[in-house]
Design a binder for this molecule. Structure first.
Ligand code: MN
Length: 250
């Protein structure tokens, strides 16, 4: 019998503009993910989220694929990213996903591990942190989600333009995790393992906690140039990458 495994992904940034990523993801859900004990999606599954009532066909297609995976008995967990933090229970239910708290400790075959999207670790990105403080307010989210769909579609397009020009302007150290934040958050949750996405810099970092114990930070890869997932097995953890499909015009 094959060894058990739990899979973790993040930062797919699914959108109608990138059918190659969507196809790779649907393939992943119908293949690799079927044998997993669980699939964790650690945020930014979608490039932008303007509300669960968005009629965009891609969202329905992805919900159907996720739901059929969960129906085979693979539990699905979703932690919000900074792009899709307005994703609510209605869509989660349609997709068969359970919503996770922003910081969640799970037991991965005996290893207590902290899971998060990772944006909260990028404390030097002050502009973003300010934006986040505002958008995290439940009353603000409620207000936005009760504006007409056309208005939210307009906001979504605007947000994408701003974030594209922002990324080019901000230095790469600001966009990365603040090193001091990592031991802090690990100590606060009393764990030695952290898995997150957001920075699009897949890697395994070993560090030392203030009390001298070793700790590990696994950073998930994005799906812009390739597909990427972390496979956690009782015998070891491994990042996997694969090429995206080349789509031919039909
Ligand atoms: Mn992100």
């Amino acid at each position: 019998m094959a060894e058990r495994s739990t899979l973790l992904i993040a930062d797919l940034h699914l959108s109608p503009d990138r059918p190659d990523i969507t196809q790779a993801f649907l393939h992943f859900l119908a293949g690799t993910a079927r044998d997993a004990d669980a699939l964790y999606i650690l945020g930014d599954l979608f490039e932008v989220w303007i509300g669960d009532d968005n009629p965009e066909p891609l969202l329905q297609q992805v919900a159907t694929a996720l739901h059929s995976l969960s129906a085979t008995g693979v539990p699905l967990y979703f932690c919000h990213g900074n792009r899709d933090f307005l994703l609510k229970q209605r869509y989660a239910q349609k997709a068969g996903m359970q919503l996770l708290a922003p910081h969640t400790v799970v037991d991965l075959y005996g290893v207590p591990t902290l899971l998060m999207h990772g944006d909260s670790l990028c404390t030097l990105d002050l502009g973003y942190q300010k934006f986040r403080q505002w958008w995290d307010q439940p009353w603000w989210q409620w207000l936005i989600l009760h504006t007409p769909l056309w208005y939210r579609q307009h906001l979504g397009r605007k947000a994408r333009r701003v974030s594209a020009s922002d990324k080019m302007a901000k230095s790469s150290s600001i966009m990365d995790v603040t090193p001091d934040e990592v031991p802090k958050v690990l100590m606060a949750h009393q764990v030695q393992h952290l898995i997150h996405g957001h920075t699009h810099r897949p890697a395994v970092h070993e560090l030392q906690l203030p009390d001298g114990r070793p700790a590990w930070r696994y950073v998930l890869g994005d799906w812009y140039q390739q597909s990427a997932y972390l496979e956690v097995r009782p015998s070891g953890w491994q990042l996997h990458f694969a090429a995206l499909p080349t789509l031919t015009e039909s």
